[in-house]
Design a protein around this ligand. Structure first.
Ligand SMILES: [Ca+2]
Length: 228
């Protein structure tokens, strides 16, 4: 009986280690559902997000040779050519719980023929309360080049490693590239169609207490049965 419990425990532990080794993702890390978000600046009325659902509905731009229907999938902010430094959309995501984060996958929409290219970088910062955010870290790696098969509209993914960060709120602050000419990473627009976070929920102290309490209770019953 005792050996069988130990074996089962060792088996579970080995499986968790194996999952970590195979995927690089800690066992228990999963896509975070129910994420809500807000913008600091309203998107263009041509590419709005009135219900605040476009970035979390799991739907991305289907690659197409025409732009028909493109606006249904994307949220877009147009740059002011006279002041190309602004506006940069800043988006605050509320994860709904405290998470040990693994990654964020940003899907950015592209329509190179119409000046919709990639951001230059995104500044990522974290908060426990949605008010006080830590220092932002800049991430690059966006690719604003044309689609290899020549589609007019499509989207690309940038996955950012967030391991080591614990937060309930994450801020993404998009930035445009430097220079004076539009290019692959100097877009007339910032357009996004999906943002997905992955992480492991951190149980609240009350829940941890409950789990330990149940485990202790189980041990007590087992001992009583063994001795009885
Ligand atoms: Ca979407």
């Amino acid at each position: 009986m005792q050996t069988s419990i130990l074996k089962r425990f060792a088996g579970g532990f080995t499986a968790a280690l194996l999952a970590l080794a195979l995927t690089g993702v800690p066992a228990g890390a999963a896509v975070i559902n129910g994420v809500a978000y807000t913008f600091d600046k309203a998107p263009s009325t041509s590419y709005p997000d009135n219900d605040l659902t476009k970035l979390t509905d799991g739907v991305r731009v289907p690659p197409s040779s025409t732009s028909t229907g493109f606006a249904d999938f994307v949220v877009g902010w147009i740059q002011n050519p006279a002041d190309p430094g602004t506006p940069h959309p800043t988006i605050d995501f509320s994860l709904g719980d405290v998470y040990d984060l693994t990654s964020v996958e940003i899907s950015y929409a592209l329509w190179p023929g119409a000046g919709v290219r990639a951001p230059e970088e995104v500044w990522v910062s974290f908060s426990p309360d949605g008010v006080n955010f830590g220092p932002a870290q800049a991430y690059t790696g966006f690719d604003g080049s044309n689609h290899p098969e020549g589609f007019a509209v499509f989207s690309r993914l940038l996955e950012i490693d967030l391991t080591g960060h614990t937060a309930s709120f994450v801020r993404l602050d998009f930035r445009q590239g430097p220079g004076t000419e539009w290019g692959e990473n100097r877009s007339a627009w910032h357009m996004l169609d999906e943002v997905q976070f992955t992480g492991t929920v951190i149980p609240e102290p009350g829940v941890i207490g409950l789990v330990f309490g149940l485990a202790a209770g189980g041990l007590l019953i087992w001992r009583r049965r063994k001795n009885g």
